[in-house]
Write a protein that binds this ligand. Structure first.
Ligand SMILES: [Zn+2]
Ligand SMILES: [Zn+2]
Length: 346
């Protein structure tokens, strides 16, 4: 009889069904060709995870291990030409693209026809170890665990900025002071852009002003257009970003935009949007959607973080160990608790 080595078990958290997480155990992953086994150090919680838990994420199947904002370290790795080795800190780009479709052939892997996102379409990082294709790993040895865990949400913002091709000195409006909006604001500001933040929550606006140091804050609603006109000397913003995904906010975006401007839709709503055609036509509006991010965006964000230009304290507002996550998760859904970004230590 062959000797069978005792398998080693690890902990993981699975979203069994809407409203229910379970802490379970299973065998550690085994190394596969072309893959690396990663020790998960920290997981950032994002809107997608909150929606999946609340049961209002479209096309989502349960049970699912969530988590796609990952700070990890390589514990085992197949031979690779990228010089990645055991002990390296790596950020995971959680988008698995096919490499064959028209979008991939054009380098737009972020909107691949067959895209699968770790922690959404396949199991993600809420586990002590995860096996991931080496292609998805980006070395980040100079980053702390906190910094690694926020690369993905910031890369979403970096991609949106790249879609708009911002240049120094522009006035932009960013609607929504959540983690994605704040990422856009800070990254744009570091690029020499003047930022006007809009939100309907005064606390979040104050946060954007005090912690992110945006140039102007404007309360959403009836007076917003007049206030932005006053700030921009009547020009309005040459680029507007929606980072809310709310229909009303999304439809208001072109009102804040200058003639000849760009409107970038980052937040995703569920249904149709209505724009008055003569109004968007008169401004020759460029409407751009921004989805996920590419390697270039991740590398840009890692470089910004390496230079210490993005303060972690202004972004991660809540952190717990994985044993406490299930007990705390409901509280992160409540806007009154002021969560910008919650993270979980594994
Ligand atoms: Zn996310
Ligand atoms: Zn593809």
């Amino acid at each position: 009889m062959r000797f069978q080595s005792k398998s080693i078990c690890m902990r993981y958290i699975v979203c069994e069904k809407p409203g229910e997480f379970l802490l379970k155990e299973k065998e550690n992953p085994k190394l596969q060709a072309g893959e690396a086994i990663l020790k998960v150090k920290k997981v950032g919680i994002c809107g997608t995870d909150l929606h999946a838990y609340s049961g209002n994420q479209a096309f989502f199947s349960y049970p699912r291990i969530l988590g796609h904002e990952l700070a990890t370290e390589i514990v085992e790795i197949d031979d690779n030409i990228r010089n990645l080795k055991v002990g390296d800190n790596v950020v995971v780009m959680p988008y698995i693209s096919c490499g064959k479709c028209i979008a991939c052939r054009k380098g737009k892997t972020n909107c691949c026809n067959n895209i699968k996102v770790l922690g959404v379409h396949t199991d993600g990082g809420m586990q002590e170890q995860i096996s991931v294709p080496i292609d998805l790993l980006i070395p980040a040895n100079n980053l702390s665990d906190d910094q690694m865990a926020i690369v993905e949400p910031l890369a979403i913002g970096a991609h949106a900025i790249r879609r708009a091709q911002l240049t120094k000195g522009e006035f932009i409006v960013v609607i929504g002071c959540g983690p994605i909006g704040i990422g856009i604001m800070k990254l744009a500001q570091l690029g020499g852009v003047k930022v006007i933040a809009i939100d309907v929550n005064q606390k979040r606006l104050d946060y954007a002003k005090e912690k992110i140091e945006v140039d102007h804050i404007v309360m959403g609603g009836a007076n917003a257009v007049a206030e932005i006109a006053a700030i921009t000397n009547g020009d309005m913003a040459t680029a507007v970003f929606d980072a809310t995904g709310h229909k009303g906010a999304l439809e208001s975006g072109p009102d804040y935009m200058s003639h000849g401007g760009r409107y970038v839709l980052v937040g995703l709503s569920k249904g149709e949007l209505v724009f008055i055609h003569p109004k968007i036509h008169a401004k020759e509006t460029s409407i751009l959607c921004s989805r996920n991010a590419t390697l270039e965006d991740f590398e840009h964000v890692i470089a910004v973080l390496e230079q210490g230009k993005f303060l972690i304290e202004s972004f991660i507002t809540h952190n717990v160990g994985y044993h406490q996550m299930i007990a705390n998760f409901d509280s992160w859904l409540d806007p009154a608790n002021g969560v910008i970004k919650a993270t979980v230590d594994f």
